[in-house]
Every structure is written in C-alpha cells, then in structure tokens.
Design a protein around this ligand. Sequence first.
Ligand code: DOR
Ligand code: ZN
Length: 345
Amino acid sequence: MDKLTIGQADDWHLHVRTGSILKMVIGHTAKQFGRAIIMPNLKPPVTTVEQALLYRQEILAALPQGSAFQPLMALYLTANTSVDEIKKVADAEHVHAFKLYPAGATTNSDAGVADIEAAYPLFAAMEKYRVPLLIHGEVTDAEHDIFDREKIFIDSKLSKLTQQFPALRIVVEHLTTQEAVQFVEAAGANVAATITPQHLLYNRNAILAGGIRPHYYCLPILKREHHRQTLLKAATSGNPKFFLGTDSAPHLTGMKENSCGCAGCYSAHAALELYAEAFEQAGALDKLEGFASFYGADFYGLPRNSASVTLEKQPWTVPEAYVGDDIAITPLRAGEELRWRLLAA
Ligand code: DOR
Ligand code: ZN
C-alpha cells in the first residue's frame, strides 16, 4: 500500500508549553491533528478552569492563520484541588479532564500528588461527575528500579483505585509494559490508554546501545523488546481501549544534550508518519484509523472528525533541528529518513 487516507486524527496526549516554544511547535500539531488534549504541566501548573481557558487563548493565538485545530484542556490535579473545581470541569465546554502526576514522576511534577489515597474524595467526585482522570502511572520512590516503576504503580496504586472507583473514567497514559497492557485489557470499558510512537518503535537499546542518546529519553522510560511487541499488538488489535497519544514533549536541544538531560521526545513534526511506520511494521495499516481517529474521540464522548487526511509513501529526511530566533528543538529521528509523509490538507 502506497497511499492511506483516514479520518482526521486527534492527539490525546500532548505538551506544547508556552511562549516561543509553543509558537514553534503548535503548527506541527495543527497540521497533523484536528484536536489534542493539552497537558497542564506548566510552571506554575494549570490547576483551575480559569487558568486553562487563558492557556487555551494563548494556544489559539499561536496557531497558523486559518487553522481549525482545537486545543482540549486538562487540569493538573494537586493536593489542593477542590470538589468545586471538579464540578466546574464537568460543566466547562473546553476543559475535558484532570491529569494525575505522582509528585516527582516527571517534568514539572513537583506540584503533583504525593499521597494518592488522600486524593480519594476527589476521585469520588470525578466518578460522580464523569470527569476523566488521566494518569501518569509510575511510582516515584527512589528505591524502585526506574524500569519497574510502571508495573509497581499498577500493582500498588492503580488496581486499588479501579476497585474503589469502578465507574471512574480513566486513561492510563503512555503505556510502556506488557503488565500495563494486560491491566487495561482486563479492566472495564471505562478504563482506556494512550500509546506513544516512541514506545511502539523503540526499545531501551535506542537510549543506551552504542552511546547515550538523550533524544530517546522520555518517561516512562523505553522498556525491553518484548514490551514493545506487546504494545504494538495492543495498538494494532482494533481494541478501542487503546488510542493515539504522542506525549510529544518539546525541550530545548541544550536541555536534552546535558549532563542531566530532560525527559521527553519531540514527535509532533511527524506523529502520523511515525505511527504509520509502526503499524506497517506490524502488517496492520488497516488498523491505524481506529487507533488514530476514532477510539479516542469515542472515549471522550466527542464527535469523530469529519475531515480526512492522506499519508503517502514518499521518503523525506527529518531536519536535524527546528530552529527559531533563539531556540532549537531536536525532533525524534533528526537527520534520518521517514518512509511515510502526511500530505498537506
Ligand atoms: O518524557 C516525558 N516528558 N514524560 C512526561 O511525562 C512529561 C514530559 C514533559 O512534559 O516533558
Ligand atoms: Zn506527557
């Protein structure tokens, strides 16, 4: 197959930051997707509907002229989140979810939740008002091996949470392990998951074999090959619980190529191309449309996009960096060739 037309896709997990980074990256996402859930881990975090609506305005103002892209906002859950704010989200047209970062799990997560049990009254309110909870599923205790953090979170936190709140709508974000896939498969229809392009295409060798490659370092960290195989199977299974969320996370090149480099892969420049490569590798290009364009919208209770997009087999080379006035971002696959190309709408 040399050409693939699918319904316009959405990105159910995206970081765009603010200011000059936002201006540099938002055009990439607006070309690729109709909508995206915008992560709230800014500094300071986006914790109220009012702040989210201001952030949304900044994103809309940064869009290329004529773009119909819609940012779907999410709030950052903290120990100080009120039940009142949860009710506000339930009624807000442009705010769609809360994001739970275990404190210390990743970029700008210091304000996250240190004691998940203490937040149970908030989960009860989300369950009652049908507000989705998006979860970064990793424990943060220093004694745990970084490659085990997701599995331990599932065993020690997530299984209790789903037992306690059986109707709570949950998206387990950026799955990386076989255990996470099995957990989501076994849970009710109210529990779904996103999968990133990097976790479908790479295992942990990409970060460490032949030298340290910081642009493959993200959290949760890439895992062993058998986990990648399981993720690929889940994404291409046609099971509507698994849908597209890039976790594209722009950091300045200098902050990645650093003695203490930031976590995050930037993939917005070629998101659908990267997913197409993974699905083709699995012999399942026919399953891309459900994963990329249908299941996420269905889970969030939003209409599917009416437009369509076309990918063509037309090799192109990803730039070494995207460069602005005083910033540079190194994208995933910098300087390398991609097989697929998304045509302009
Ligand atoms: O690699 C990551 N980068 N994982 C996250 O959870 C956050 C993200 C970011 O904001 O940079
Ligand atoms: Zn993220």
